[in-house]
Write a protein that binds this ligand. Sequence first.
Ligand SMILES: Cc1ncc(COP(=O)(O)O)c(C=O)c1O
Length: 506
Amino acid sequence: MAVEPLIFDLASPGRRAIRMPEPDVPETALPAGMARESLAWPEVSEIDVIRHFTRLSQKNHAIDINFYPLGSCTMKYNPKVNEAVARYPGFAGIHPYQPEATVQGAMELMSELQAMLAEISGFHAVTLQPAAGAHGELTGVLIIRDFHADRGDTARNTILVPDSAHGTNPATAVMAGFKVETVPSNSRGNVDIKALRPMLGPHIAGLMITNPNTLGLWDEGIDEVIGLVHEAGGLVYNDGANFNAILGIARPGDLGIDVMHFNLHKTFSTPHGGGGPGSGPVGVRAGLEDYLPGPRVRTIAEDTGPRYEWFMPERSIGRLHSFHGNFGMHVRAYTYIRMHGAAGLRRVSEDAVLAANYLKSQLSDDYVVPYDRSCMHEFVASASRQKANGVKAVDIAKRLLDFGIHPPTTYFPLVVPECLMMEPTETESIETLDSFVVAMKQIARESAETPEIVRSAPHTTAFKRFDEAGANRRLNLRWEPEHSQVVPSESVIGEVERILEAVPAD
Ligand SMILES: Cc1ncc(COP(=O)(O)O)c(C=O)c1O
């Protein structure tokens, strides 16, 4: 492999990629000590910069490069029209401090998006404020907490979480101050009702269920689960991150769910960032809307047409985000929903479910499929057969990289050993699905005949296997060559202190 120069190696004094225009204001010297004395910027030409970053961009897998069946993440294609609309100056150039009268269009979009999400899910009211799915969960659980507290029902200190729930669910419940008890699944991957019954009682604040669950299965006993929790005085939270499976087919609000979050970045094709910027709107049934975070947008009918204004719901749990959430994501999701329409959204889910069932049937001779029933938009397989030859789920995942395919999610959910969780999404062609099947079958064959090839994969990527735990625990996003370590000088620190002292106390 050719050794690729780092951008610092490409540097040569005097090379540059930009030219600043002549200043059109008088030049002023920086206050003494404010200029950094040493800053080792790489001085590089435009073409070297372009090549450097283009090379880097190709080292990472992306949905725009190839198939990305990362279960639970719904890595569907994000249509470029979303981006075009989000960049309209009327959306991209506004500021949340602007007076209401000047951002009526943006408020109208938010109001319509709330209404569309409410219609699609069967909920009474929706907030767009939370910035991610887990943030939506926190919003929902805080609503459940305040709902019970307002009724003086303060003994309800426990949230039940099935073992097939997403890992963020128990974490959220704990963050909101609750104890967590785990409800086991039965052999069909549903909540085990027999186990659930004795766990219910006056200490239960609610149950957080992921439905469809992380096994890619619709809970066949969902009606009974909801009924039992309600009978015990608890509320039911649905982790709606897997909503991509049921658009236009089932509405959680109609099932009796009390609170649910959506992941706009999964279901409604807004980009997944590294931890954001996402969007996790929350829907609630009638009677809980006063608890939603604010400020919320509402419509006032006037003779000249509707006017939009912000308001704080009466019993609001408070603000969950500065201003109004990730507005750019709202624009993208709105565009996606309007582009598809009701029939198109239903088709999205039908195709997502069809693609997952197709892959499951194609791979079930080669891999153990622990829950042999129709799946929703994703399914889990196990590498337990391959493990007998010393090939683990992680090895299969790494080997897929040699085929230019992003691996499925591995080792999650925890209830399946050597788990491979695959979610093809609705946006892939049959040819792409088939090429994935060919790769997975070849890996199954290799695991039986030449397991070392799989165990030592990947063979074609720029880097091999990483210290993943180390990368997580000792994250360093600011690598710099030693000579460019920048330490603010005493004079800079002194100058900043002097400026701060000069700021009036009020
Ligand atoms: C089922 C489920 N719940 C919750 C989450 C958490 O969402 P986020 O990553 O946006 O916080 C995810 C993320 O993929 C998920 O798949």
